[in-house]
Design a protein around this ligand. Structure first.
Ligand code: ADE
Ligand code: ZN
Length: 356
């Protein structure tokens, strides 16, 4: 395991470096400290075998065996969200936390099917999350996009019904993107062709992405590109196993939204140093660094940047390239891209005399 120092100056640089997050599940920002009070406030009875205190729950969160094991806790956790205010508060807390980490732009996932099946209205979920997005733009200067994920372990007709319910939000732009998450290996991308085709047909401006290559092989990534027409891949770790795929990702500048701490917690790799980050850089495959489910995996966006630095020891220019690739891969206007790119250059110029 390579270990590099993260000096105080380097820490400050990574902190100030303007960051874009493309892979955070809003429900994954719900930690043990909020879960128990919300369960009490909303009269939710947690399962009998569920840990009884935030401390005991945190200990369990430190021992996920794999994605499936984590997802069991994730779906129970989101079950304490009931009112519009709950959804608003959760997202607002995330935006404040991420702002302190140097976040400038966030494209955030949510899982409506995990709420619809409990009798919560689509408009309650989107209403609360969207109110937090608007407040983050107005008060924190963070630009935001909401991405609706389909739960791939649910039947396709349930996914199609969810798209139908989301149509007014796609039309208004309150939902900007479509994603695909949950248990990967048993549910390959081709199952969802109809869902992605429907959204693309009715809403050509909606961004398309999918979790692929977290536990699934490179074929899951290739099929997400070929059959779902996604322009971004969430995780994409296993792309490193296929050189032709790497060349294709580089050629099209398809962004991988990497989640280093998540990959360790879900046993995708034993240590962040095992991630093929140098290979992606050498192959010119763009990636961003993200937190996935920060309340479950022990770190928000800055923690993920720092752990990558301690394992790879990149120089300033490499960090600037990583940050700029995140801007180029964002679903924002050219004017907004320029603002963030200029802010990255300013931070580089500030730290260059200290670190080069
Ligand atoms: N839902 C929340 N986090 C996820 C992840 N890392 N992979 C798949 N589905 C998820
Ligand atoms: Zn994810």
């Amino acid at each position: 395991m390579a270990k590099y120092e993260c000096s105080q100056h380097m820490h400050d640089f990574l902190h100030e470096l303007p960051k874009c997050e493309h892979h955070v599940h809003l429900e994954g920002t719900l930690g043990p400290d909020l879960l128990f009070p919300l369960a009490k406030r909303n009269n939710i009875t947690l399962p009998d075998n569920f840990p009884k205190t935030p401390e005991a729950l945190q200990i369990r969160y430190d021992q996920f065996a794999d994605l499936e094991d984590f997802l069991g806790f994730y779906y129970i956790g989101m079950g304490v969200l009931i009112t519009e205010e709950d959804f608003f508060e959760l997202a607002w807390m995330y935006f404040n936390k991420a702002k302190k980490d140097g976040l400038h732009h966030a494209e955030v996932f949510f899982d409506p099917q995990g709420h619809l099946e409990r009798g919560i209205d689509m408009d309650v979920v989107v209403g609360g999350f969207n109110r937090a997005c608007e407040k983050a733009e107005a008060e924190l200067g963070i630009t935001t996009k909401l991405i609706m994920c389909l739960l791939r372990h649910l039947p396709v007709n349930n996914c199609m019904d969810t798209i139908e319910l989301a149509k007014p939000h796609f039309a208004k732009g309150t939902i900007h993107g479509l994603g695909l998450d949950s248990s990967e290996k048993p549910f390959p991308p081709h199952l969802f062709i109809e869902c992605y085709a429907k959204v693309a047909e009715h809403f050509p401006n909606v961004g398309l992405t999918a979790h692929a290559g977290e536990e699934g092989g490179p074929d899951f990534i290739i099929n997400s590109l070929d059959k779902l027409n996604v322009t971004r891949i969430d995780h994409g770790v296993n792309s490193y196993k296929d050189d032709a795929l790497l060349a294709r990702l580089a050629e099209n500048q398809t962004l991988l939204s990497l989640c280093p701490l998540s990959n360790v917690k879900l046993q995708v790799v034993k240590d962040v140093s095992e991630l093929p980050i140098q290979k992606w850089l050498d192959a010119n495959v763009p990636f961003s660094i993200n937190s996935d489910d920060p309340a479950y995996f022990g770190g928000y966006i800055l923690d993920n940047y720092i752990v990558v630095h301690t394992r790879f020891g990149f120089d300033l220019k490499t960090w600037v390239k990583i940050a700029k690739n995140g801007v180029h891969g964002s679903w924002i206007t050219d004017a907004r891209k320029k603002e963030i790119l200029d802010a990255i250059d300013a931070v580089y110029l500030k730290y260059q005399p200290l670190l080069e």
